[in-house]
Design a protein around this ligand. Structure first.
Ligand SMILES: [Zn+2]
Length: 110
């Protein structure tokens, strides 16, 4: 079995890399306007995250990590485990919630 290419792209784009770093409790700090994280490969802070590409980069390793890569290197998970974890954070078909109505709750019968 495989994960559809579109689904992988969705996960790489929709799972905010900075939030994921926070969620994984990877040490991080903001310097010069960039969220920098402790690289799980070389343990150096010579890193940055790019909100535009949603990638975390280590300048020392010269590597970019997307959310899937980050789980694989930080947790030591297999590719599919990383994908499933991200799918739980952002289930397929779960679109942005800005327009979700709370009407049904407000008009709950007594
Ligand atoms: Zn590194």
């Amino acid at each position: 079995m495989g994960i559809p290419r579109d689904e992988l792209r969705r996960l790489r784009n929709e799972i905010d890399i900075a939030s994921l770093i926070e969620r994984l409790a990877i040490p991080s700090k903001v310097r010069d306007g960039y969220l920098r994280f402790l690289c799980p490969v070389c343990s150096d802070f010579h890193t940055a995250t790019n909100p535009r590409t949603n990638l975390a980069r280590c300048f020392r390793c010269e590597r970019n990590f997307n959310p899937i890569d980050l789980l694989i290197v930080e947790r030591g998970w297999r590719f599919l485990d990383a994908v499933r974890f991200l799918q739980r954070l952002s289930p397929p078909g779960d679109r942005p919630r800005a327009h979700r109505s709370s009407r049904s709750e407000a008009h709950r019968p007594p």
